[in-house]
Write a protein that binds this ligand. Structure first.
Ligand code: NAP
Length: 294
């Protein structure tokens, strides 16, 4: 069994990005600038945005966070999105989800200029990805593809099972692994809460991507010997063994599944660190006009 060390790969990539930013700075070029919009004071959202700011500082990007209270009007947010779309200093920006109930997340996402949509949530980016055109790919699936690439995990002709069909993880993951590319060319089955005989389906998989958000759902009896297991899930549970009083669990019962898997990602330290790094990579691409020429 080999542990896929997302933290190490993420640090390697951050180092690569930092070197590129240093070269841009030396040449007097424009420093990449990522902005984030956050609404309210949700603990998890604050943590994610904090991590993103810290990552920007580590690689030498500029970053700006726009904070709004829970009762902000949708129009106010839309105006901010439009301003960021027009601001030549901002290369890319994200809107931290979830939004309060009175805000239409879809309306906000669709208001983002696809050229600055470094989270890859806009339908234009999703659509371009589906038909194989250059696009911003949402950070978590992009990070998983990078892990697969850097660990040389063979996907060609493999049976892949993705558990979960969300727009930000399960669906793009299924498409990316099934696309005519390397990594890709896998035979993909996408499962969800209505899938029948999930265990039998997962047992056939050479590669399992668990993205359902149910702590320790995937047990050893569901996994084929020698499979690669990618755990996307993050669930906070109370713990009397940590200082903070809580710990993070993945969707995979790590200890028992690790004994059967050839490769496995831990939680934390697997997919999570890659998500933030993918956002940095997308922002760098935006600043260089790599996806959409400037
Ligand atoms: P989501 O939008 O809640 O989607 C969950 C998916 O899992 C749905 O498609 C759902 O099916 C399916 N599902 C739920 N229970 C199931 C079951 N018992 N059997 C089979 N399928 C089931 O979640 P998400 O946004 O994709 O996130 C999934 C997990 O990944 C969460 O724990 C989240 O915190 C984590 N996450 C981690 C990162 C990271 O950076 N590591 C990034 C994003 C998300 P239906 O469609 O039928 O409801």
């Amino acid at each position: 069994m080999k542990i896929i060390d997302g933290k190490k790969i993420a640090n390697d990539i951050k180092e690569e990005i930092a070197q590129e930013v240093a070269a841009i700075r030396e040449a007097g070029g424009k420093i990449p600038h990522l902005a984030a919009i956050i609404v309210g004071h949700d603990g998890a959202s604050e943590t994610y945005v904090g991590h993103k700011e810290k990552a920007c500082n580590q690689v030498g990007f500029n970053s700006t966070v726009f904070r709004f209270e829970d009762d902000v009007a949708e129009d106010t947010l839309l105006r901010r999105v439009h301003d960021l779309n027009e601001d030549p200093e901002i290369d890319g920006f994200i809107v931290q989800l979830p939004m309060p109930k009175h805000i239409s997340e879809q309306k906000i996402i669709e208001a983002i200029d696809p050229k600055k949509d470094v989270d890859g949530f806009h339908p234009i980016n999703l659509g371009r990805m589906v038909i194989g055109l250059p696009a911003y790919i949402s950070a978590t699936p992009a990070g998983i593809m990078e892990l697969i690439k850097r660990y040389n995990i063979e996907t060609l002709g493999k049976d892949v099972v993705v558990i979960g069909r969300s727009n930000i993880v399960g669906k793009p993951m299924s498409i990316l692994l099934g696309q005519k590319a390397n990594p890709g060319n896998a035979t993909v089955t996408m499962c969800h809460s209505r899938t029948k005989n999930l265990k039998e389906v997962v047992l056939r998989a050479d590669i399992v991507v668990a993205a359902l958000g149910r702590a320790e759902f995937l047990t050893a009896d569901m996994v084929k010997e020698g499979a690669t297991v990618i755990d996307v899930g993050i669930t906070r549970v109370k713990s009397d063994k940590t200082k903070s009083g809580w710990k993070l669990l993945g969707d995979v019962k790590f200890d028992e599944v690790a004994e059967k898997a050839e490769y496995i990602t831990p939680v934390p330290g697997g997919v999570g660190p890659m998500t933030i790094v993918s956002l940095l990579q997308n922002t760098l691409k935006a600043s260089k006009g790599e996806i959409y020429p400037k």
